[in-house]
Ligand binder design. Structure first.
Ligand code: KG4
Length: 338
């Protein structure tokens, strides 16, 4: 009998539902919340309300687009954390209610596991997937981690950021440049027309495989301050070069530790995941790096880089195969690691 999993993602500002049958994606519906744009960041209270509005139509659409009946569902996987508690509560409570109604089990999914396992979302049975063990560079708005992935449910963090995440570095620097939230995609767009060598920003000198982006952020701010003192139109006149130089510094920081981790572990496969893996420069740099080292690269389709329920459904599918269900008294968590 086939295994059909409904995945639900509501950890931040995207309400998403997806259906996976025997590991093959049948549908993936995402309702992104525009309400936060004017505030320059996600407003948790507004996010929870928007999830509450979206959750029923989004799940309904995922089931319809998959062409299945809800009676065919084997289990419901939901993101338990990390994320915004109010947002997570919407998905968690909905999953519990639906599972009681349909008399099927629930499976809690760590959001970060989802990003790591996004590479196993097959759209066709013969789609290429990574072989274990592999190294995953997980770069999102809240995390920058180097993860050793030994199995679907067996992962170890080798390095993490000690301050800001790569996505925060993009977003915070973009914000001071006056760009809309989230700034990452705007920096990406502007960087394509700029000179990446024009400005020099600080790079961290920390040992091991941990990351740090706060020094870069501070030096970016100093460059803007000094530039604006000399010329009030400094940002406007130099935005492409600023974006290109910022992006290339973030990439250099990311690749430096990735290279170290590859040398230390001897892995033959590298994958990237999380919102920042949508960045054109990051994608090209990781592809070049892997080619140079003769190792296999897994770069996700852009639609699987940001938050989506397909990754939650696939992570839930592998937990289902291991019979890892969760009890009904389980609550979401805001912060947790792999
Ligand atoms: O994984 P994600 O959707 O959310 C979580 O953090 O959970 O990642 C969002 C982050 C934001 O910081 C956003 O600016 C960044 O991903 N991002 C990008 C690009 N697209 C999204 N950063 C740089 N270039 C992009 N093209």
């Amino acid at each position: 009998m086939s295994v059909v999993i409904l995945g639900i993602e509501s950890s931040c500002d995207d309400t998403s539902a997806a259906i996976v049958r025997d590991g093959i994606l049948l549908s993936n519906v995402i309702a992104s919340q525009q309400v936060h744009e004017e505030y320059g960041g996600v407003v948790p209270e507004l996010a929870s309300r928007a999830h509450q509005q979206n959750i029923v139509p989004v799940v309904d659409a995922a089931i319809k687009r998959a062409g299945i009946d809800r009676s065919e569902l084997s289990a419901i996987a939901f993101t338990r954390g990390p994320g915004l508690i109010g947002s997570l509560l919407v998905g968690t409570s909905f999953a519990k209610g639906l599972s009681l109604g349909l008399r099927i089990p629930i499976i809690d999914v760590n959001h970060l596991h989802g990003h790591v396992l996004a590479h196993f979302v097959r759209q066709q049975p013969d789609d290429r997937v990574p072989e274990f063990p592999y190294l995953c560079l997980l770069i999102s708005g809240g995390n920058s981690q180097l993860i050793m992935v030994r199995g679907y449910n067996d992962m170890e963090i080798l390095g993490r950021t000690i301050d800001d995440a790569a996505g925060e570095a993009f977003d915070k620097c973009a914000k001071v440049m006056g760009l809309p939230y989230p700034g990452g995609p705007h920096i990406d767009r502007l960087a394509a027309e700029g000179d990446p060598k024009r400005f020099k920003f600080a790079r961290p000198h920390i040992t091991g495989l941990d990351y740090s982006f706060s020094g870069l952020k501070t030096s970016f701010l100093y460059t803007l301050r000094d530039g604006l003192r000399a010329n009030p139109d400094f940002i406007e006149e130099n935005k492409a070069d600023l974006a290109a130089s910022l992006q290339s510094t973030i990439i250099a920081i990311l690749l430096d530790k990735l290279e170290k981790a590859v040398k230390q572990t001897g892995v033959r496969t590298v994958a990237i995941g999380g919102g920042v893996s949508a960045n054109s420069g990051v994608r090209a740099a990781v592809a070049d790096f892997c080619q140079q080292y003769g190792i296999e690269a897994f770069i996700p389709e852009r639609k699987f880089t940001t938050d989506n329920a397909a990754m939650v459904a696939i992570a839930g599918y592998f937990k289902y195969l291991d019979k890892q269900f969760c009890p009904y008294d389980l609550a979401p968590y805001a912060r947790v690691e792999i």
